[in-house]
Design a protein around this ligand. Sequence first.
Ligand code: SF4
Length: 482
Amino acid sequence: MKPPYPMHLDPTAEVAPRERRVYFEVFGCQMNKLDSELMLESLAARGYQLTHDPAEASVILYNTCSVREHAEERAIMRLQTFRERKEREPDLVLALLGCVAQHKEAELLERMPYLDLIVGTREFDQLPSLIDEAREASEPRLATEMDSPLVFQRRRNLGPQPWHAYVSVMRGCDMVCTYCIVPTTRGKEVSRPPEVILDEIERLAGDGVREVTLLGQTVNSYGKRLGAGVGLDTLLRGIEEIDGIERVRFITSHPRFMRPKLIEAMAECTKVTDYLHLPVQSGSDTMLARMKRTYDRAFYLKTIDRLRERIPGLHLATDFIVGFPGETDAEFEESLSLVHEVDFDHGYVFQYSPRPGTPSHALVDDVPRAEKKARNHALLRALEENGRRRNLDWVGRRVEVLVEGVSKLDPNRMAGRARDFRMVVFPRAPEDRPGCFVEVEVEETTAGTLVGRRIGPPSPDPIHPRRASADPGEVPGTPVEV
Ligand code: SF4
């Protein structure tokens, strides 16, 4: 069985004793995935080893997400399947971690009194000792303090792609978007010092990482409370100097903090990719006010103008929420018209679902489900049409592709990302490896993919110890979903 977010298994490592084997499932956003990698690193330092088979593990961990009810329930239901085993094997440690643990501690204990450990979002760096304590205790061990100073120092990249690493630059969020649970589950914004982040990226580069994604809930407000002049631009300019790193991008940005000096750094730093995910959520001023997004349509449009003026080839992605309480047809039409006015390359649409603990939970969820669905489809269709049309501009152009793996739909093709994060598919060559660069000439396009012919061989395989044991006839890594 493969967990939803597969972290590295080291095929060369000696198998650890059963009490040190851990099974780990991860739900939710990139931040959750990175937190899980950090937890695994601290567990590995104490002799724990990851297994993808829960039957082999003596510690079962679920890192959860609260953003949607569905993800929350899925994690809880999966954990509940271990109940009988826990009765048979009292030494088994069952732990629920992350956002759900943070804000539903009491409910969880009521639903699953057999849980051994509940760890929130600010104490996961203590996980190995918390497991030890849970093994000794007769009651579930709770660790959900929001004031705990989260200190982590990352040494390895345990993500599924050895050439790519997520790097957390900040945690928490100071905004008050009325539909969002994050300020409750992750607390106030805290930025990591720039020298610590740059040091971490330098180490990752030495380990074969070529591309980093900087993570924060409002990543472009990075630097708050660190002193005058420190911002995301400081980090981008610092990464520009790190040998080995070829590409950097950052998610998720808030329109409010897309400031001129950041746009300048994006335009000037050659390693910053031409991609920006800038969630707008709605095209209607009245909706944006009800969501407390702190900007209006005109402000968003002006920001896009500034960005495109300095970065003409920018690939722009966004998020919309449809069916927020009280959304009228006219307000929804404003979202639709914004798709055309901005001319987005790509976008995600979410149907509003009330989350307990958020301010909007008190509002009447009055847009019928069928209407939410219809708005979702209409907006997605508009975004796809735009994406399809904008992709056509790429036919005949050459793009530098960072190879991610074999195409799942066609094993004779490889897939990877262009500099602006567009997915590119091209014929496979025997020496292709994930993490290599290949030049591709685009011949045709779809709404989400560029398809082309390769120009020459790939760049050399980035040196990575995990590759040493790989079968040379086989492309390592997971197939890509295109
Ligand atoms: S900016 Fe708004 S939506 Fe994003 S994490 Fe903060 S509160 Fe949530």
